[in-house]
Design a protein around this ligand. Structure first.
Ligand code: FE
Ligand code: ZN
Length: 251
């Protein structure tokens, strides 16, 4: 299976999973670039990580080419908030693409219906786990979001992470300002170099998040010390996580 990152809107990524002339689209933000990426491919399904407009805007145009299953979370189907959703999935459920079998992870916090898809060595995290950061907590609580980030971070470190936005440089700038560490600085340099060449920073190993993402590393001494400076109890993981997220919201 190949993964093609399709830049959409100002900083979104839709993803086209390709195998033997067939495709699955994850989070079609808008129609035109996704339709162009699908040229010559047979679309098997559309998978959504959550219901936000910048992830679902292209669904209608894709369905106009022919009906395909539209997969999203149970919560989002119950809320009827993903256009054309036909399949509802949740924690541990299986998704299939050709002979590949993948699984779904519930990751509430950014929204209550947020889910991740793990398939073929790839992990699609939507707006929950970003490269070097995490999404805003709109519908869940800080403990809910932390549990979701932990759930993703505990998966196979060799998985390639494909997230919903190109926020990597800004996220790592925040991480570096919060708690400067050589691994964070090195990753920030690498991300800036990729962006200078117009290339995506995503598709990196999950291990990079364990090494450099402060929202994954709420237990690291440098991150706990930074949280303490922000007024949080460094021994309380939810307080540390919440202080980091609140600081990032203001940053
Ligand atoms: Fe979102
Ligand atoms: Zn988004």
């Amino acid at each position: 299976m190949n993964v093609r990152a399709v830049p959409c809107l100002s900083d979104n990524y839709a993803y086209v999973l390709v195998q033997d002339g067939h495709a699955v689209v994850v989070d079609p933000s808008e129609a035109a670039p996704v339709l162009a990426a699908l040229e010559g491919l047979t679309l098997d399904a559309i998978w959504l990580t959550h219901h936000h407009w910048d992830h679902v805007g292209g669904i209608e145009a894709l369905l106009a080419r022919g009906a395909v299953p539209v997969v999203g979370s149970r919560h989002d189907l119950a809320e009827q908030r993903i256009h054309g959703q036909t399949v509802a999935v949740g924690q541990g459920d299986t998704v299939r693409f050709g002979a590949l079998e993948g699984r779904v992870h519930d990751i509430p916090g950014h929204t209550l219906g947020a889910i991740a898809y793990e398939i073929g060595g790839a992990l699609f995290t939507g707006d929950t786990l970003f490269a070097g950061g995490c999404g805003r907590v709109f519908e869940g609580t800080m403990p809910t979001m932390r549990a979701s980030i932990d759930r993703l971070a505990a998966l196979d470190p060799a998985l390639r992470v494909w997230c919903g936005h190109e926020y990597t440089v800004k996220n790592l700038e925040f991480a570096q300002a919060l708690a400067p560490e050589p691994a964070v600085a090195a990753r920030l340099d690498a991300a800036r170099a990729l962006r200078a060449r117009g290339e995506p920073t995503v598709g990196h190993p999950l291990a990079d998040e364990r090494a450099t993402n402060p929202f994954v590393r709420w237990g690291a001494p440098a991150v706990q010390a930074a949280a303490a400076r922000l007024g949080a109890d460094p021994t309380d993981p939810d307080a540390v996580f919440g202080a980091l997220r609140a600081a990032k919201d203001r940053w």
